[in-house]
Write a protein that binds this ligand. Sequence first.
Ligand code: FAD
Ligand code: PYC
Length: 416
Amino acid sequence: MEKYSLFKLFNHARTYNENWQRAWRSPVPKSDYDVVIVGGGGHGLATAYYLAKVHGITNVAVVEKGYLGGGNTARNTTIIRSNYLWDEAAQLYELSLKLWEGLSQELNFNVMFSQRGVLNLGHTLQDMRDIQRRVNANRLNGIDGVVLSTAEVQARVPLMNCSPNARYPILGASWQPRGGTARHDAVAWGYARGADALGVDLIQQTEVTGIRRHNGAVVGVETANGFIGARKVACVTAGNSGVMAAMAGLRLPIESRPLQALVSEPLKPCLDTVVMSNAVHGYISQSDKGDLVVGAGVDSYNGYGQRGSFNVIEHTLQAICELFPSFSRVRMNRHWGGIVDTCPDACPIISKTPVEGLFFNCGWGTGGFKATPGSGYVFADTVANDRPHPLAEAFNIDRFYSGALIDEHGAAGVAH
Ligand code: FAD
Ligand code: PYC
C-alpha cells in the first residue's frame, strides 16, 4: 500500500499539471454584452457571479487590465469583520459576513474563511468608551461583539504585552468572534470559476481606456484591444476609480493612496486571532503558512505606484513591536503596496451615475476585502434593476451633495 502511494505521488510530480482542467475559459470578447464589468478584482467578479446566479443575466463580460484578482484583492491583509458603528455600514458588512460564512459551499471552492475572531484594542479611557459604544451599536444590529478586559485580552493573546507599564497600555478591547480572515486569491478564483461556469466571459490583459456614450447613455467601452459594446457598464476598479470616472466626464470624491503590507518569515503557530490597534496603529494576524501578516495606515500622499514609503513601514513595525516585543527578532520577508480609493467618510460608493447605464462601486478604501461578497451581491442587484439595492441606498453618490455622510473613520481600523 505504501509503495503504491509513493508511486502515485511520484507520478503526480512527473506529470505535473498536464491533466488539470482550466478553472475558466479565455474567450474572445463578443462585440456586445448586456453588462460589461470593468475590473476583475474580488468585487467585480462577485458582481458578475451574482448577476448571473441571482438575476439570470449571463451576457456579461468582466474586463481586467491585468490578471484576475491581481489588484488590491491580492494585496490585502484579509481581515474580515462587520463591527462598524452606523446601521447602514454595519448592515452591509454583516450581509457580507453572513455570505462569507457559506461562501466555500456556495462556490464549491475553499476560500479558507477562518473565523478566528478580531480584537480591536483600546489604549485610553476614550478608546474604551468608543469601543463600548460600538459594541452596543453592533449588538442592536444583531452583530456579535463583546468588550474584553485587559486580563481577558491577555488570556486570548498570551504573547502580547499587556503590562500597565507599556507605552500605550492595553485597557481592553472589542472582540468579534465571527470575524477572521480568508484566503484572498481563493476568493477571486472561486467567484471567477463560478461566474465562468454560468456563462460570464472573463477577459484579462485588456485595459479599458474610454467609456463611449451616445445621447448621454453608455454604449460600451474602448479597450486596448478594441471597442466592446454594452448596455450597462459597471466600474469596480478600486484605486483607479477616479481615472475611470474621468473617462465619462465625472468627478468622484475619491483620493487614491498607497497602503502597504508586510509578511514575515514563517513561524510556528503563535497567534490564533487577529489583533488591530488604532492607537499604536498596526494590525497583525498569522497566516496558515505561519507568516505574520502586518499592516498599518495609508501613505500621506496620493499616487498610483504600488509600493509605499519607508517611514510607513518603520512606523508599522514599531507599532507591532510595541504590542509584541518578542516579534522584534522576526525577519520580514516581503512588502508591497496597493492603491486604495478613499472617500471623505470612509464609506463606499455603490451607485448609478448621471450617465445612463453607468454604475460605480468604489471607495472601499482600506477595508473592502471583507465586503467582497456583500458588495458584489448588492451591486449586482443595483445594476440588474437600475435602482439601488435597499442596503446600497445610503451609499449613493448623492450623499456628497445632500451631506448625509456615514462617518466610519472610527471603525475603519486604518487611519486615512
Ligand atoms: P481590486 O482587487 O483592486 O480590483 C480592481 C481591478 O480593477 C484591478 O484588478 C485592476 O487591475 C482593475 N482595473 C483598474 N483599472 C482598470 C482599467 N482601466 N481597465 C481594466 N481593469 C482595470 N480590506 C479589508 O477588508 N481587510 C483588510 O485587511 C485589508 N487590508 C488591506 C491591505 C492592503 C495593503 C491594501 C492595499 C488593501 C487592504 N484592504 C483590506 C482593502 C481591500 O484590499 C480592497 O478594498 C478590496 O480588495 C477592493 O477590491 P476590488 O475588487 O474593488 O479591487
Ligand atoms: O478594514 O479591518 C479592516 C482592515 C484591516 C487592515 C486593513 N483594513
